[in-house]
Design a protein around this ligand. Structure first.
Ligand SMILES: O=C(O)C(=O)C[C@H](O)[C@H](O)COP(=O)(O)O
Length: 208
């Protein structure tokens, strides 16, 4: 069975996608995969998001497609029905954590403090999203958490870009980073998919 850690390591840069137009879903995902980013997160913030996940899964069977903004059981179940490979939450509630476990869903719950991280650990979640990364203390905060809680692996997200991604990825407790910096809104509007592939390639280069 695939574990959350395997997905994070495969990233290790995860585009956090917001799909406004369903027709953009497959070309955008294909452009990112072509640029070397094969783990994608589609946020459930728009009405077409679930259909976008289904379309991406059908068109790109080898890509790992997850859902983001999974904040409750309803969106967790919608994600599972759509065939999402993993689910990401900006935070966590007890009911969401326990539902994920009982459904066998691969959930990456969010934490921003040592207490939140310890609570997730207690519920069995060793992989966590560190959100909002830059606002919550960034690299210095994660480095401090690695001292007492080295068993947690994080995917920091929020305020990450080409300029600071490498600093996060160099930390012992970081397996991947998430972000929107390679998803230039104007390029998506213009449907300039080759330019998106180039941005994905640049993002991938940070880690290679
Ligand atoms: O939708 C969610 O579930 C989130 O947690 C929010 C995302 O992680 C941020 O939108 C990342 O955005 P940037 O700071 O632009 O990289």
């Amino acid at each position: 069975m695939t574990e959350m850690i395997d997905i994070l390591k495969k990233g290790p840069v995860v585009p956090v996608i917001v799909i406004d137009n369903l027709e953009d879903a497959v070309p955008l995902a294909s452009a990112l995969v072509e640029g070397g980013l094969e783990v994608l997160e589609v946020t459930l913030r728009t009405p077409v998001a679930i259909d976008a996940v289904k379309a991406m899964k059908a068109a790109l069977p080898d890509a790992i497609i997850g859902t983001g903004t999974v904040t409750n059981m309803k969106t967790l179940h919608q994600s599972l029905e759509a065939g999402a490979d993993f689910m990401v939450s900006p935070g966590a509630t007890n009911s969401l954590l326990r539902d994920a476990v009982s459904e066998g869903a691969l959930l990456l719950p969010g934490a921003a403090t040592p207490s939140e991280a310890m609570h997730l650990l207690e519920e069995g979640f060793v992989c966590q999203k560190f959100f909002p990364a830059e606002a919550a203390g960034g690299v210095a905060m994660l480095k401090s958490i690695a001292g007492p809680l080295p068993q947690i692996t994080f995917c920091p997200t929020g305020g990450i870009s080409n300029t600071n991604a490498a600093n996060y990825l160099a930390l012992s407790n970081v397996a991947c980073v998430g972000g929107t910096w390679m998803l230039d809104k104007n390029l998506i509007k213009q449907k300039d998919w080759s330019a998106i592939t180039e941005l994905a390639r640049q993002a991938k280069q940070i880690v290679s």
